[in-house]
Design a binder for this molecule. Structure first.
Ligand code: FAD
Length: 380
């Protein structure tokens, strides 16, 4: 269900974002639906074969030095490949094994945020809420997050998240108590009004984690790593899938270039991973700075702080305040957060001038009351 800033409510930095055209509609759905659609579209490509239920045991390495990845092992049998793409997620066994075997061990950065999630689905009715969705990020502040998003099957998906030991728990009562601590009442009111369908699901995310393949002088040939296997961000910023897709796009370009120059032999060269990691690092830099920079707004966050993050956070706080009254600022900010534009888009002189003008008009600065959107009365 596509929705945009005209009927969405995003509460951040003490008030709601000004509503209007935020530049990019949001498609809201459950993960199984998203994955099912992507999988069926990929499987429909004429030159793609998908094998389901297959576990890669390990990569196979060439006998000669320097070691090269020459395929994967499945059910004890070697499957040769010109290029293996490790997109097996944050805990990539391939990355661990190659590091342990001393083949390649990129430096890893971890920024500890210790997020506890609780999610559930609610039955959705037409009179529940005047808006199409509500998202709340109390950052800076308690760092509590809450979202109620419409998904297929006339349901709301509710997600609550707290950091550094502040957990929404796993029961209706603990979720409601947590939601009542958010600066918008909407999430708690929807939890009270609507019937829960299905279980409460919980998830723990200890740290953002980045494997710096771009810093490896001689990456192993025949292998590239992307998506969460290379970099997994604090999910609260919602950038993991976009960043993975952008890395896949870069891989497509690099493969096209090397195949054009050296045919399939180019796929087996160490030039390919070198080029790929160099460019993929640029794709990952922006969301990494946004996510871990933002997390350092909490004093319990651990790990290496990106240079300039205090100044960046101070400016972003002004951008958020200005977005309370300026749709143009809301749009520019939204496009950067969604990785449609680089963070430098927020430094354009005309935008900076608008931020300065509008930050003082935020209810947070003026003391004006924040008007919350209406939720129907509890129906249970
Ligand atoms: C709670 C939460 C909320 C999130 N919300 C958002 C959001 O709103 N927006 C957003 O953009 N991102 C979000 N993310 C991040 C997003 O889910 C990830 O960035 C994205 O899924 C990464 O995709 P991936 O394919 O790299 O890894 P994964 O999604 O982890 O997929 C890895 C796949 O590899 C398979 N695999 C692993 N090992 C093997 C093996 N040996 N053999 C065969 N297969 C294997 C796994 O089964 C899995 O299917 C969220 C993450 C979490 C945890």
């Amino acid at each position: 269900m596509p929705t945009d800033g005209r009927n969405a409510y995003v509460h951040q930095g003490g008030a709601y974002r000004a509503r209007g055209d935020w530049g990019r509609p949001v498609l809201s759905m459950t993960r199984p639906l998203l994955e099912g659609v992507v999988r069926s579209r990929v499987a429909a490509l004429p030159n793609v074969t998908v094998e389901s239920g297959v576990r890669v045991e390990r990569v196979s390495l060439s006998a000669q030095a320097p070691a090269r990845v020459v395929g994967v092992v499945v059910d004890g049998a070697e499957r040769p490949a010109d290029l293996v793409v490790d997109c097996s997620g944050r805990s990539s066994a391939i990355a661990h094994e190659l590091a342990e075997a001393g083949v390649v061990a990129p430096p890893v950065t971890r920024v500890g945020i210790d997020i506890a999630y609780a999610s559930c689905l609610l039955r959705r009715g037409p009179d529940d809420f005047v808006g199409s969705f509500v998202v709340c990020q109390d950052n800076p502040g308690t760092f509590r997050g809450g979202a109620v998003l419409p998904v297929e099957g006339d349901r709301w998906q509710v997600t609550l998240a707290g950091v550094h030991g502040d957990s929404p728990g796993s029961t209706d009562a603990s979720m409601l108590a947590f939601a009542r601590g958010l600066p918008t009442p909407v999430v708690a009111e929807l939890l009270e009004r609507c019937e829960r369908v299905g279980d409460v699901e919980t998830y723990r995310f200890p740290s953002s984690q980045r494997r710096h393949h771009e810093k490896v002088h001689d990456p192993v040939a025949g292998l590239v790593s992307l998506g969460d296997a290379a970099c997994s961000f604090d999910p609260i910023y919602g950038q993991g899938m976009t960043s993975s897709a952008l890395q896949a796009e870069v891989l497509g370009q690099v493969v096209g270039e090397v195949v054009a120059r050296a045919d399939v032999a180019g796929l087996r060269s160490s030039e390919l991973p070198k080029r790929f990691y160099r460019r993929a690092a640029r794709v990952v830099d922006a969301p990494w700075r946004i996510a871990v920079g933002g997390d350092f707004g909490h004093r319990a966050t651990t790990g290496p702080r990106p240079p300039g993050s205090a100044a960046l956070n101070a400016y972003v706080r002004q951008v958020v305040r200005a977005s309370h009254s300026s749709v143009e600022v809301a749009r520019a900010f939204n496009r950067v957060v969604q990785l449609a534009d680089p963070p430098t888009a927020l430094a354009r002189p005309a935008l900076v001038a608008r931020v300065v003008r509008h930050a003082g008009r935020s209810p947070v600065a003026s003391g004006a009351p924040v008007v919350h959107p209406r939720v129907g009365p509890p129906s249970r």
